[in-house]
Design a protein around this ligand. Structure first.
Ligand code: BMA
Length: 366
């Protein structure tokens, strides 16, 4: 009997192995114990136990009154000028890399993005890439809502163009190596805010099924080009309910991290309500799927007249929420900034916020 049981177990486990090996998914690959990506995922898990990492889009590339496109001055940021500390997460956008351009859509040089990615990784920070890709059909921007997703999937000419775009991004991703010649794991957050209709991959501009297919196709294409260092983040815009997540979710085999983009555009009360509701959806999903979750974009356009926003509005909603990081959008101009900067009204309050023990800047990650 004992031997019979052992033989049964062997047969079951062997059949399991053969099943799995015929369909090893990307997500399983990223979670292999020694893979580079699993190390970053593990780190993200550890971070959320201590608090949440704080980040800014383009934060080390430019700020109010300064612009760094040669990389010679090292890492600086408006937030560092205010607090003495660099952010723990830096977001960059890859829009226009699909055309092999030198600069992205916000005139940040890809050479600088690469150089700073390497440097941020060396210092123990985290890099997250979004992709405001142009519309492959109309040749307009991401905000050109001419239908394109269906064509990428089913029109050979557009598909070939998109394949070339993915190939160009692949070359960039594969060039991200550390001092030991190992690939640097980065977060990649394509086709974001799909439950809104402002991008060509958004709600009214393609079917849900085509959106999911586009995501999966993109992941497969990167795999085809041998890209191994991407951690995929799926992030809708503020969700009305869980349907906004479920309708577009590409599946656990194609996603590593869950996120949401929520801005303080409709006042603090609405913002806090949305955050609470949305983060509780993500928390439930993250527990079910065993994936980290993050507030992948946020910001308040009215910080100048709401100078205690950081500690009185943002912090109470994020404290103990379980998120791994929060990323505020870029400091582009005086009428378009989402972090603070020296002399800005909320700067002292931001400094107070970053002194809270669970708000983690780069130097707090160790
Ligand atoms: C938007 C704005 C744009 C920018 C885009 C991509 O939210 O900041 O000015 O081009 O993000 O970074």
């Amino acid at each position: 009997m004992k031997y019979f049981v052992i033989i049964c177990i062997l047969i079951i486990s062997l059949s399991g192995i053969s099943c799995n090996s015929s369909k090893i998914t990307r997500n399983q690959i990223s979670k292999e114990p020694h893979s580079i990506n699993s190390k970053l995922l593990e780190r993200l898990g550890t971070i959320s136990k201590a608090g949440f990492a704080f980040g800014q889009q383009d934060g080390t590339a430019y700020g109010l009154n300064w612009y760094l496109n040669d990389g010679s001055v090292g890492l600086n940021s408006d937030l560092k000028k205010v607090t003495g500390k660099l952010p723990a997460v830096i977001g960059f956008d890859l829009g226009h890399l699909e055309h092999d351009n030198i600069y992205n859509l916000d005139t940040v040089a890809f050479a600088l993005i690469k150089q700073q990615t390497i440097e941020i990784n060396r210092l123990g920070g985290i890099v997250s890439y979004s992709w405001h890709a142009d519309n492959p059909v109309s040749k307009g921007s991401s905000w050109d809502t001419t239908e394109a997703v269906h064509d990428i999937l089913y029109d050979e000419r557009i598909k070939n163009k998109f394949n070339l775009w993915i190939e160009r991004l692949s070359i960039f991703f594969k060039s991200l190596k550390d001092d030991d010649n190992q690939f640097i794991p980065v977060i990649f957050r394509p086709f974001h805010e799909m439950n809104g209709s402002w991008f060509w991959w958004g709600k009214k501009n393609c079917t849900k099924e085509d959106y999911v297919e586009l995501w999966r196709y993109t992941v497969e294409r990167f795999k085809y080009h041998g890209v191994q260092n991407l951690i995929y983040a799926f992030s809708p815009n503020t969700m009305n309910d869980v349907k906004d997540f479920d309708d577009y979710y590409p599946g656990d085999d194609y996603v590593d991290i869950l996120g949401v983009d929520i801005y303080n555009h409709s006042g603090n009360t609405r913002f806090i309500e949305s955050l609470n509701m949305n983060l509780s959806i993500l928390k439930r999903k993250s527990e079910e799927k065993d994936m980290p979750f993050a507030l992948t974009e946020t910001g308040n356009m009215r910080m100048g007249s709401d100078s205690s926003w950081w500690t009185e509005t943002l912090y109470p909603a994020l404290h103990n929420s379980g998120i791994t990081w929060v990323l505020v959008w870029r400091n582009a101009r005086r009428d378009h900034y989402f972090g603070t900067f020296p002399g800005e009204k909320s700067a002292p309050n931001f400094k107070k916020f970053t002194n809270y023990p669970d708000v983690l800047m780069l130097s707090d990650l160790h």
